[in-house]
Each structure stands twice: as structure tokens, then as C-alpha cells.
Write a protein that binds this ligand. Structure first.
Ligand SMILES: [Zn+2]
Length: 205
């Protein structure tokens, strides 16, 4: 069982990957987390991340290969944040073939743009403890933190314009990758505008 979850900003990729991985009892591999973990023992990667440099497709794929051939991945895994480029999609195919593995399904999470805007631009943060609230998981009392009673304020670095740009960038990048998987008959489009738990049922379709 190898699932790839992909989607633009505010599609809840991380949350859904986590839920699916738990339901299937396989690891959730978020490549961002994987890189941060590797950086703890690999000075070169640590420095590159610190400088905000890109990690090359070859390097990240090698790290991924090392990760998915560990014992805990023997029944499969959920990939989140990879492939980000067409080249990565090709490299992934190569390493999977090498280890006799194959992708079960690629799930593209989609939400209407208006909902993506609402989810990100209306995200609130507790000024006291830092807990984050959103339109899908609001505080019980408006603008009051459930945990500490602190005041919630809108906290985002995004404006409508920067967010629109991020959504467009995602679509531009994703186009070729999605086509790659569509041709293989692996692509499924999932409505990610409601209940994240539904990802488990979607995965069985
Ligand atoms: Zn709080």
C-alpha cells in the first residue's frame, strides 16, 4: 500500500496523510520532516536547510530510498510532500521498481479557491500559548483560547495576493506530475473541502 497525497495550499495534506497512515497502520512520510530528521546527523544537509537552499532531486530521492526500505515500511507508507518535481516522480518510479514496490494510488486533494483563502487568511493564533485555530477547527468561544483563555488574533504572513500566487505556483508545478500519474491510471481527485476522515474511504475506492 503506497499512497501519495498531493495538493496545494490549505488542502489539508498533512492532516489527511496522518489520518490515512494511522488507519492503514503504515508510516506517514513527510519529506520536510524527513529532511529535518536527517539534518540532525548530517552536517551538509543541516547547513543547506539553514541557508534555505534547495536539496537536489537526487539527494532527496536517495534519502527517501533509505527511508522507505526500512522495516516499518514493509506494508507500505503514505508520502506527503514528494514528488514535487517531474524529475522526482521519475526517480521515485525507479527506486520503487528497484525494490519491487508500486504505487497504489495518487490522491490529489482539491478545495475551491475561496475555501483555501478562508482557511489560510482566517487562521487565528492564541497570543498567549500559540495554539492555532482555523475555520474548520474554531475555538469554542469566539477569539478566546480553549486552553488558556488567551486572546486570539489573525496571524498570517499571507495576503490574498501572495496566497493566490502560491496556489498558481503549485498548479504550474503539479501539472506535469499529475499528468504523469494520470497516464498510469493512478490519479484520483479527492474533494478536501470537508471531513478529513473521509480520506480513508476515498483511499479504498
Ligand atoms: Zn492559549
Amino acid at each position: 500500500m503506497i499512497y501519495i497525497l498531493t495538493g496545494g495550499p490549505a488542502t489539508g495534506k498533512g492532516t489527511r496523510s496522518e489520518i490515512l497512515a494511522k488507519a492503514l497502520n503504515i508510516p506517514h512520510i513527510a519529506t520536510g520532516d524527513m529532511l529535518r530528521e536527517v539534518a540532525q546527523t548530517n552536517e551538509e544537509i543541516a547547513q543547506r536547510l539553514q541557508r534555505g537552499e534547495l536539496i537536489s532531486d537526487d539527494v532527496i530521492t536517495k534519502l527517501l530510498e533509505e527511508r522507505i526500505t526500512r522495516e516499518d515500511c514493509k506494508d507500505g507508507f503514505v508520502l506527503d510532500g514528494y514528488p514535487r518535481t517531474y524529475r522526482q516522480a521519475e526517480l521515485l518510479d525507479e527506486i520503487l521498481a528497484k525494490h519491487n514496490m508500486s504505487i497504489t494510488k495518487v490522491m490529489e486533494l482539491v478545495v475551491p479557491d475561496e475555501l483555501a483563502f478562508k482557511r489560510i487568511l482566517e487562521r487565528k493564533k492564541c497570543e498567549n500559548c500559540g495554539r492555532v485555530y482555523g475555520i474548520d477547527f474554531p475555538s469554542k468561544v469566539e477569539d478566546v483560547c480553549d486552553d488558556c483563555g488567551g486572546h486570539l488574533s489573525v496571524r498570517t504572513d499571507d495576503t490574498r495576493e501572495t496566497l493566490a500566487k502560491r496556489i498558481n505556483t503549485y498548479r504550474e508545478n503539479a501539472k506535469a506530475i499529475l499528468e504523469f500519474y494520470r497516464e498510469k491510471g493512478l490519479l484520483m481527485t479527492v474533494d478536501a473541502s470537508h471531513n478529513p476522515e473521509s480520506v480513508v474511504e476515498d483511499a479504498k475506492l
